[in-house]
Design a protein around this ligand. Sequence first.
Ligand code: GLP
Length: 248
Amino acid sequence: MTIRIFEDDAALAADVAQEMVKLVQEKPDAVFCLATGESPMRTYAAMVQLAKEKDVDFSSVNFIGLDEWVGIPRSNPGSCYHFLHERIFQPLGIQESQIYLFDGMAADLQSQCTRMNDHIAQLGGIDWMLVGIGMNGHIGFNEPGISWDKRVHVADLAPITQTVGQKYFQSEMVLKQGLTMGVQHILEARTVALLANGVRKAAIIQSVLEGEVSNLLPASVLQQHANALVFLDREAASGLKNSCFFTT
Ligand code: GLP
């Protein structure tokens, strides 16, 4: 696990954007699995801008969604589908054939999981997974207590996730379940980038990076990932006690 700490979120975003664009230049058919939420917003904007400036060809890149709210239509601006289309796919002119996302309104959620597992296998696995962290240490919708061997699955959302998740929606929504990559896919991704910004993430970041690896704090599993990159702004890093983590 490598931890990079930046003065602010703009500097963090610029660095992650460079990493993403560099991967596309080196591997034009790279497979990205992307989170939504507040944490990567500036990063995605920086990535789109950099890709356009450098005129990077994204026409062979594959995109997979990390997670989705069950029961939320794709047209809802709070859906992960809507978020990724608005912030990445439309600005970069990504074709639907390059995109594979969950459908939170599907009648058969189990088949959503099977099809996503098959799709990832067909693509040969995930090259670059970008994740955020929930206030309870979740990644994707892998909530505290999750078993490490899960692949794509339907998750029952923790009460705090249901409450915090309201911030993405214009009116109050019922957020009981989510579709998500499991920890196995996270461990198998060739690179996992965890992004956290803001002081509200400081305490949970300290626990998952400096505490013991435990399924009660799912993001702590990244300590065991051979190629995990953790990108923090100074505020999110402010709870860390081990100064040797300050690598940039
Ligand atoms: C949400 C999502 C995660 C996201 C995380 C952090 O519940 N399931 O994929 O990364 O919580 O969200 P934010 O970046 O808005 O703090």
